[in-house]
Design a protein around this ligand. Sequence first.
Ligand code: CP
Length: 317
Amino acid sequence: MENFPSVLESIEDLSKRQIDGVLGLAHRIKNRSDTPFYFSNKTPIIATSFLENSTRTKHSFEIAISKLGCTYIDFNSEKSSLKKGESLEQTLLTLNDQGVDLCIIRTSVSNQLSEFKEKPPIKIINGGDGVNEHPTQALLDVFTLIECGIELKGKTFCIAGDNIHSRVGHSLIKLLPQFGAKILLFGPKSFLPDQLPKEVEVTYDREEVLKRSDILYLLRVQTERHTHNEENNLLDYSEKYGFTLEMIESLSRKIPVLHPGPANIGVEICNQLINSKYYLGHEQVRNSIYLRMALIQAMLQNGAKNIGFNENTFFKF
Ligand code: CP
């Protein structure tokens, strides 16, 4: 695989060749036709630094790290010197000096990782930054569809719900066209971004979503990111924008329903739909381990070399 970026912040940081390489490797790891690589010189050390809550992303990275045979550091920001005012950059440089090879970071600050791209203090994978992007979730979603034999080329992929606050939605908009999918966004007007690539369509009509979608991707209403005014959107949300099993069963064709989780059951998705055969959420979680194993392996093996404050950057006494 060609050189991977030192900081994977956005889907745009990967070429299509690299994306295909990671998906292929994830498939081979899943099917045990490619065993995770053997670390001949040094067992890599990988840290996760989750500055915002997570169940799926954090634990799936932890399991992927353990399955790859790497040493794992669970960086606890609450107990760290970040609390004494140390910057995130100095923290990451310290981890690099301690021999940590890669850090997976989740932060509530959008674009916080951009500042590390020019002079990376350590290799970084974005585990979700504010409302900006969640590239590994988007990659595992596409991986799940491919693994389930669901074609993306020429298909209408509807992303329904709180699009404006959804970091995975933003990553999917960049990723799906590379696989030939057409994107349709649905939700209340105030949940849809003002500026969108011209090929992305928008609808406020749930009937149109049901008529046109080949794949339905539901998003959680992210109340923690809402202003007071936006709370009004929730009053009749499920009635106007939620999806039920009945709606999916009424279609003549059968469509898969995905959700990155966590779901607000009874808001964007009903209990019967989340427990139905159309729902691929459990497959998404299962596949996340293989996709993240492949991505870690690719970053470690093919990542750029010039990281941190190395011996060439200080004065020779
Ligand atoms: N999909 C996702 O990012 O879930 P968590 O917030 O539980 O990691």
